[in-house]
Design a binder for this molecule. Structure first.
Ligand SMILES: [Ca+2]
Ligand SMILES: [Ca+2]
Ligand SMILES: [Ca+2]
Length: 116
């Protein structure tokens, strides 16, 4: 258990992104999809990989950023603005990951770096 302290359960109580909201209602099957090494817990790295893939999915035109249009199913205007840290109207992968990983930290109430 290295570097546990801050990261863990993000998946269950995410702050706002639709992907995270989906995660919040994950069933067992989805949970095991996130748990790529099948150790029964979702580590920060597994969550990050999952969200990186989610970003790629949302980025329909593959320009490396998400427009309000690309995220309209997932985010309302307020959530989009909250994720678009530099307010340039686009959500880059970094902005996206910063946000969802912050959600992870928020969700990590036990602080053990794992989601079980
Ligand atoms: Ca795991
Ligand atoms: Ca795009
Ligand atoms: Ca931006």
């Amino acid at each position: 258990m290295r570097k546990l302290v801050l990261f863990s359960v993000l998946v269950f109580y995410p702050a706002g992104l639709a992907v995270a909201q989906q995660a919040a209602t994950m069933n067992q099957g989805q949970m095991s999809a996130l748990d790529s090494n099948k150790d029964g817990a979702v580590e920060r790295s597994e969550y990050e990989s999952f969200m990186t893939a989610a970003f790629a999915n949302l980025d329909k035109n593959k320009d490396g950023s998400l427009s309000p249009d690309e995220t309209k199913q997932a985010l309302n205007a307020q959530q989009f603005a909250a994720t678009d840290a530099n307010s340039d109207g686009k959500v880059t992968q970094k902005e996206f990951l910063d946000r969802v990983m912050a959600d992870f930290k928020t969700a990590d109430r036990s602080g053990d770096g794992n989601l079980k």
